[in-house]
Design a protein around this ligand. Structure first.
Ligand SMILES: NC(=O)c1ccc[n+]([C@@H]2O[C@H](COP(=O)([O-])OP(=O)(O)OC[C@H]3O[C@@H](n4cnc5c(N)ncnc54)[C@H](O)[C@@H]3O)[C@@H](O)[C@H]2O)c1
Ligand SMILES: [Zn+2]
Length: 368
């Protein structure tokens, strides 16, 4: 897809406090003006985000319906998407409505997907409220729900009209969710290059766990990297696949463990370790690079081990073969070479990939 054919991709707006005026401005800028705003809000994010979001809709002179999003990865399902679509229709959604997702990646994936299918497509926008969503999930127009067979297996490309991230909303984010967000931020720095990586390594970990200037810079850099890649390849014909670094391994582990035991960002961290292990073992990456990223992931409080007993190779192989990007049971793996240099290895055998997971995360004592 050439840039000329690409969809309108709004540059995410980052603020640190002041969601209300930023959101009101974005709402006023929509053409045609929305007939109604359907605010789909995560219950945990509501404490800090609901009042300013409601205020912004009021300031923009628009009518509002508030819908509570179900909480948790387990609720990112077709059932929830159906319930949300029905709620939208019952509360009078029409083709000029706007669905406004306020929450983490579960809320944006679910609300975005429901918006994509309701009345064959309602406009939508996001105010991400987790680090993971600000740095990654809210951006780029991929929306999806999970199937029992695997992560994000039912979805649609549906690009949000705008993304406004207020870092001040992260004040209430639990510790584990900070780590998860940092997992995607580390991934992004590996794609971006040496200076992004060094900036993360230099920041004291504590500074990355609050709405500090260091955190804001890291999240913004991750968001910009993602938007550069998505702009060049919105529908993942090629280069966009690089964003899946760590994810082919990670999704299989995440599905196997279940969301409570392994959150998305934690699974991505394990996936990055597997990808580095494979790359270092095959001489693609220097062993130093594997150690360097391992140390950074450790500092971010991300796991180096699978929680509990690693599923057998056959089970992992079956999960890997179901990856969305698998073709005829062969996988395209993103492998890190050096900061800013990553390659896509085509046609990997899921059995070999499963074996690599065992090698990287298996019985051997943690390599620290
Ligand atoms: N569409 C994409 O391109 C893309 C990219 C990366 C990840 N994802 C998806 O994103 C999801 C993970 O996103 P997530 O980590 O944001 O998960 P999440 O939405 O479940 O949020 C994590 C937890 O934080 C709570 N929460 C949200 N905002 C809060 C706040 N401000 N204060 C306190 N608590 C708050 C939520 O209730 C939830 O319990 C996964 O489903 C993943 O597949 C999508
Ligand atoms: Zn991810």
């Amino acid at each position: 897809v050439s840039a000329a054919e690409s969809p309108e991709l709004a540059q995410p707006v980052f603020v640190n406090g002041g969601l209300r005026p930023a959101l009101a401005r974005a709402l006023r800028g929509l053409r045609p003006a929305p007939s109604r705003v359907f605010l789909v809000v995560d219950p945990a994010a509501a404490r800090l985000a609901l009042a300013p979001a409601q205020g912004a809709v009021r300031d923009a002179g628009l009518s509002l319906t508030v819908l509570r999003a179900p909480r948790g990865e387990g609720r990112k399902s077709l059932t929830s998407a159906g319930a949300l679509a029905r709620a939208l229709v019952r509360s009078g959604a029409d083709r000029r409505s706007l669905v406004l997702a306020v929450g983490g990646g579960v809320t944006s994936d679910l609300a975005g997907f429901s918006a994509a299918v309701t009345l064959r497509g309602l406009r939508w926008a996001v105010c991400p409220t987790t680090l993971l969503a600000m740095a990654d999930a809210a951006l780029g127009g991929k929306t999806a729900v999970n199937l029992p067979e695997g992560k994000n297996l039912a979805g649609a490309f549906h690009f949000p009209s705008f993304v406004i991230a207020d870092a001040a909303l992260l004040r209430s984010l639990p510790a584990r969710e900070w780590s998860c967000g940092l997992g995607e931020v580390v991934k992004s720095a590996m794609l971006d290059g040496e200076s992004a990586l060094r900036r993360l390594e230099r920041a004291p970990p504590a500074a990355l766990r609050r709405p500090s200037p260091a955190l804001l810079a890291a999240a913004r850099a991750a968001a910009e990297l993602k938007m550069r890649v998505v702009r060049a390849d919105p529908f993942e014909g090629g280069e966009r696949a690089l964003l899946n670094l760590g994810h082919t391994f990670g999704h299989a582990l995440e599905t196997a463990a279940g969301p409570r035991r392994l959150a998305h960002g934690e699974a991505v961290a394990l996936g990055l370790r597997c990808a580095l292990s494979l790359a270092a073992r095959t001489g693609l990456a220097a062993p130093d690079y594997e150690r360097r990223i391992g140390a950074l992931l450790d500092r971010c409080g991300l796991p180096a081990r699978y929680p509990g007993r690693l599923p057998g190779a056959a089970r992992l192989e079956a999960l890997l073969a179901r990856d969305k990007k698998a073709r005829s049971r062969r996988l395209d793996l993103v492998l890190p070479v050096a900061p800013g240099r990553n390659v896509i290895a085509q046609g990997a055998d899921p059995a070999d990939v499963a074996a690599e997971i065992h090698r990287a995360l298996g019985a051997a004592p943690a390599r620290r």
